[in-house]
Write a protein that binds this ligand. Sequence first.
Ligand code: AKB
Length: 343
Amino acid sequence: MRKQAVLITGASGEVGQALIRALAEDEHKRLLTLDIRPLPADLRAQVDPVEGDLLDERLLARLVSEYEIDVIYHLAALLSTRSEFTPDMAHRVNVEGTLNLLKVAAEQTEWRGRAVQFLFPSSIAIYGMPDRESKELYQRVREWEWNQPRTMYGCNKLYCELLGSYFSQNYRQLAARQPLMLDFRCVRFPGLISAFTLPAGGTSDYGPEMLHAAAQGKPYGCFVRAEARIPFMAMPDAVHALVQLAQAPRSSLSRLVYNVTSFSLSAEEIRRRVLEAFPNAQITFEPDRPREAIIDSWPADLDDSAARRDWGWSPHYDAERAFNDYLIPEIKKRYHDVQATQG
Ligand code: AKB
């Protein structure tokens, strides 16, 4: 008899680890986690951890033979900067990996006669503001505006949104009998900042990197100019958005893809908040112009009114609360513990 489970891919990543901690509180849910990297030891006992490659279709077939998958949180991805150095691998992981999983979800939906729910985190990277003037003029971008990504990662994410819509609405549309469709739901995240983990290979990483470097007493050269501005979100709100969207009645959703955001800050405004907490921090601006150009192509802010209207989205952490109640206290504790153990 197969075990019912919630599948989390990319489980060892930043969002994955935060999502496991949130979902593991509900002991009625069995969590099946998949990542090419090992799961941190403190999380392994709470889940069924699997180390493997999303591109390995035989592995996916084995998992489906052992588990009845109700919900998929598909978090595995190569982020924007890393994807620029390995665009072919980014396409394989971000697109082919997602397609493999959508096919599994579609087959399982048909097989069990009930829609598998597929939660997909997209990104502000799917937007492409053509120049700084447009970014300044059109600050709060709506879901259907400026969908011209500049990066391979942004192209991957936008195409996967379209794949998810296809598998949710038109899959096998010419077949003699219309199959039951999977339940694809997507949020477009801004830059995410965690107190507990550091991102790897993203272009919005300068926000968390600046904070974590200051907390460790390390100098930090920010790779965008002081005025560069994009929307950000504290990691607890990213998990909150995914879980809240998953719990929304399908009938309340007017769209499959939603913007969500919490606060927009310039790099200088982040620096000021970091210096308030770490007055001795050495933070300089040393723009890497190609990486800065990617940030300049992303919108200054997102219009998340559709998510607020359809499923009651509202961030728990605005900038004040994110820094004062979550990031600074938790990061101070994290590095104090680290320094204490290192002596
Ligand atoms: C990245 O910088 O690539 C990600 C993102 C904004 O999706 N953090």
